[in-house]
Design a protein around this ligand. Structure first.
Ligand SMILES: Nc1ncnc2c1ncn2[C@@H]1O[C@H](COP(=O)(O)OP(=O)(O)OP(=O)(O)O)[C@@H](O)[C@H]1O
Length: 231
């Protein structure tokens, strides 16, 4: 039987001595499922993604990613899980400003032999294919430093970087910055198409409930989180 993409049981998390931000009895994401997780600003969405990605440790509970309990792994082992199996689109993109567009997209391949093997012998061609799927085709643009791009273009670069090497799980923290509604819908459709092509699960978080219609399933963080922090 295939293990789920993500299985959370009894997760609790607090920042330092503050009140708990997360108290999640149970949350599952199936392989290949595209899930929208909604919650207002400050409700703990980025914190939850950080725990799933192994950047933050949980205070209690288990967080299984592809069957591996992230809470039982060392920091180095969590980093390896993330590099090999997760594509992350960060809220602020976290692109490397002095690298070109292509240099940013191929960066995850430097940290993962599994993703290098998945891409094959021509990583730059695969970067170009992904960028073209996401609407960035101009060769002059691909050679530019990423810091020269518009916010919408940077979002596409961050998506291509998350998708390269076909990780089993893609997680995306929707930026609140202004990309117009049509461009944002199109971006999510492209992200869905690419994850469908590779069979990856997609976990997309946002405060904007109007995006829920673009996903297989939508969950309100308040439904699964007993800590109930709100802005
Ligand atoms: N590094 C940190 N140290 C202490 N508290 C933090 C830290 N990061 C977040 N918090 C607190 O944890 C709570 C949840 O924050 P989080 O960023 O996870 O929310 P969010 O739902 O992702 O919000 P947004 O939609 O605005 O990005 C907030 O009350 C926030 O102040």
């Amino acid at each position: 039987m295939t293990v789920p993409a993500i299985e959370i049981e009894g997760l609790r998390f607090a920042w330092g001595k503050h009140a708990p931000v997360l108290d999640i009895p149970s949350f599952h994401l199936a392989r290949g499922e595209r899930l929208f997780l909604r919650g207002p600003s400050g409700s703990g969405k980025s914190t939850l993604l950080g725990i799933i990605a192994g950047v933050l440790g949980a205070s209690a509970g288990s967080v299984r990613v592809l069957g591996e309990d992230m809470t039982a792994l060392s920091g180095a082992a969590r980093d390896r899980m993330r590099a090999d199996h997760l594509g992350v689109i960060f809220q602020m993109f976290n692109l490397v400003p002095y690298l070109s567009v292509t240099g940013n997209v191929t960066l995850p391949l430097k940290f993962s032999a599994i993703r290098r093997r998945a891409v094959g012998s021509d990583p730059e061609a695969e970067a170009g294919r992904l960028l073209a799927r996401l609407g960035l085709t101009d060769p002059a643009l691909l050679a530019r430093r990423v810091s020269d791009l518009s916010v919408g273009q940077q979002q596409r670069v961050a998506a291509a970087r998350a998708l390269i090497g076909a990780p089993e799980i893609v997680i995306a923290d929707e930026p609140t910055s202004a990309v117009d509604a049509d461009a944002r819908d199109r971006f999510i459709e492209l992200l869905s198409e690419e994850t469908a092509r590779t069979g990856a699960a997609l976990l997309f978080v946002s405060h904007d409930v109007s995006l829920a219609r673009l996903f297989d399933r939508a969950v309100d963080l308040a439904e699964i989180n007993r800590a109930g922090v709100s802005a």
